[in-house]
Ligand binder design. Structure first.
Ligand SMILES: [Cu+2]
Length: 224
């Protein structure tokens, strides 16, 4: 009964909640975020109500709680507080599966229209390789390195991530408006595949603290 209720709730939210659709991932992740938020609010509210109820009911002098409710093994209570978190965990897993499988789909069937090589350098810059073109960073007077990559909306891109330089370090390729983030790990080529739905300028940031100029390594996906 409970699982049917939550299934109904999440199905309703699917249609009701406003979500952004800049990429195939933003729709799924925004929806998941809102679903988890609502679930958290429900749990939080229940806990607070119970907490206030307990405070009022067992105020000092009002009821001798120890005498009235002696501490002993309570089987039903034990089972309840094991079963409820397991149920919530499984529910969260079920809610996350659509987003996770979308995120991983390139692994099973290649779907990308084009592959972009992303290079994160050890001097805190992004470099992009698309076809035979190389897109290099431009550094302004404040020391911010900006690399612009032109892309087209409606296309699916596979980003292959490299950490390069003499001392390659961990970065994270993060485009928050398109809801994707993937670590750039030395000696490992992580990939991420995303379909960009709407034209716009999407800021690229590094989301893994990587050293002195971490906040200054930036890029922009200029989607036409
Ligand atoms: Cu960084």
């Amino acid at each position: 009964m409970k699982s049917r209720f939550f299934f109904l709730l999440t199905s309703l939210l699917w249609f009701v909640l406003p979500v952004s659709a800049e990429s195939n991932l933003s729709e799924l992740y925004d929806r998941l975020f809102l679903e988890v938020l609502i679930l958290s609010v429900i749990v939080f509210t229940l806990v607070v109500i119970l907490w206030v109820y307990m405070i009022l009911k067992f105020r000092k002098g009002k009821v001798d709680a120890i005498e009235k409710y002696p501490v002993s093994f309570h089987k039903k209570l034990q089972i309840t507080w094991i079963a409820v978190p397991i149920f919530i965990g499984l529910l969260l897993l079920a809610m996350s599966l659509p987003a996770l499988s979308e995120f991983q789909k390139e692994l099973s069937t290649p779907v990308a229209d084009e592959t972009i090589v992303v290079e994160a350098t050890d001097n805190w810059q992004w470099k992009f390789y698309k076809g035979d073109q190389v897109y290099r960073p431009v550094t302004d007077e404040n020391g911010i390195s900006m690399t612009t990559l032109p892309l087209e909306s409606g296309r699916t891109y596979k980003f292959v991530l490299w950490s390069t330089g003499e001392k390659p370090i961990i970065h994270s390729f993060y485009v928050y408006e398109l809801n994707f983030k993937m670590d750039v790990v030395p000696h490992k080529n992580n990939t991420i595949t995303v379909t960009i739905n709407s034209p716009g300028s999407y800021l690229v940031l590094c989301a893994e603290y990587c050293g002195a100029r971490h906040s200054m390594m930036r890029g922009v996906l200029e989607v036409s």
